[in-house]
Design a protein around this ligand. Sequence first.
Ligand code: EPZ
Length: 418
Amino acid sequence: MASIVVTGGNRLSGTVTVGGAKNSALKLMAASLLAAGESTITNVPDISDVHIMADVLRGLGARVSREEHTLRIDAAELTSFEAPYEFVAQMRASIVVLGPLVARLGHARVAMPGGCNIGSRKVDMHIRGLTELGVDITLGHGYIHAEAPAGLHGAHVILDFPSVGATENLLMAAVLAHGVTTIENAAREPEIGDLVDFLVGMGARIGGRGSSTLVVEGVESLAPVTHRTVGDRVEAGTFLVAGALSGGPVSVRGFDPSHLELVLVKMEAVGCEFEMHEDGATVRRAGAVVPTDVATLPYPGFPTDMQAQFMALMAIAEGASVITENVFENRFMFADELRRMGAEIVIEGHRALVRGVSQLSGAPVRCPDLRGGAALVLAGLIADGRTFVQDVQHIQRGYEAFVPKLSALGADVVMTDD
Ligand code: EPZ
């Protein structure tokens, strides 16, 4: 298994450009199933989750080719309607092929995604919403069996919670339903807006982009599209925190800073200064890190995918801060590892009390999940001595060239094969 070895103390500076958003690209790939032709998606990150989704699509009969950061997906001839457990178990996001498959083919069989390190990751809202669109769903032998022999019909769906995945699955089903579908309490993440743009580019009729009420007027069929994936706001936030931890200035380009508004506001509150650009932001920090409380919420709230990175910053603040995780039920495992580096953190349910310390110390640690893993590397940047981050396959799922990008900013970080 590969590890990342970080030697703390270097001040990062320079410019890094982020890639396309993992949490959009995977869904755009699924959406390409809706058209009987070849769609082209550019600015797709070269990460293992994308490779797994490409295998899921190939298993359905689509032809997928990749050149650099461009994917070509030809879904003209689909020969299967099953997303097998071997793939879904590796990458839960495969569940978003359910909506487009049942809309295009009238049936689908998708393995129930298991839980993962950060929570149970239920799909009840996906299932309830698709049922309201006229899909007959039965669960058996670890699979979701979906049938819509008469096609899908419009419906008025109200989500219990603005679930990103449920919103995406329902959107990709409703675009080919007969009639109008309203999705209330829809997720508003920028990646949803990117999916709406992709679907509209295919000929879908969708109103309410960026709001919590999406209105979809079903159409007979959709055509292939060429689309550039939106920049990855979470990869960008990760590098901005790296700059804030070590002082900077670090410029992060390739994303829309308005997609990270509350993160930037919170980072200013802790003592960071920003220079904004059209396609990014430059961060520097001269003074001490000021403790600041944060609560994760669906967009435009503070993103749960930035919680671990922010905790690394609070770990060296001059005082105590409270971090509340409202989206996932078990997303503090990173804290257990950070304690090994000297952080003082007390977990009470979904709240973490972080008492800042003056210096973290390098130690062997394990990646609990994708974002926690990246945050451990960030902590290693400012720790005294060397930090050995193991199980880095978690990081490689969602960050392309994480180590080279950090090295180019001046970090003393290497990937080693154990
Ligand atoms: C997406 O996951 C992202 N993943 C996650 O990013 C992100 O943290 C999350 O949205 C929230 O922003 C991808 O886009 C591939 P949800 P998703 O449905 O769609 C519960 C990362 O690090 N829920 O909004 O699974 C669920 O258990 C990953 O890049 C139900 O109870 O998120 C969770 O507690 C991690 N029933 C909460 O809602 C359902 O039917 C949010 O889930 C669906 C969800």
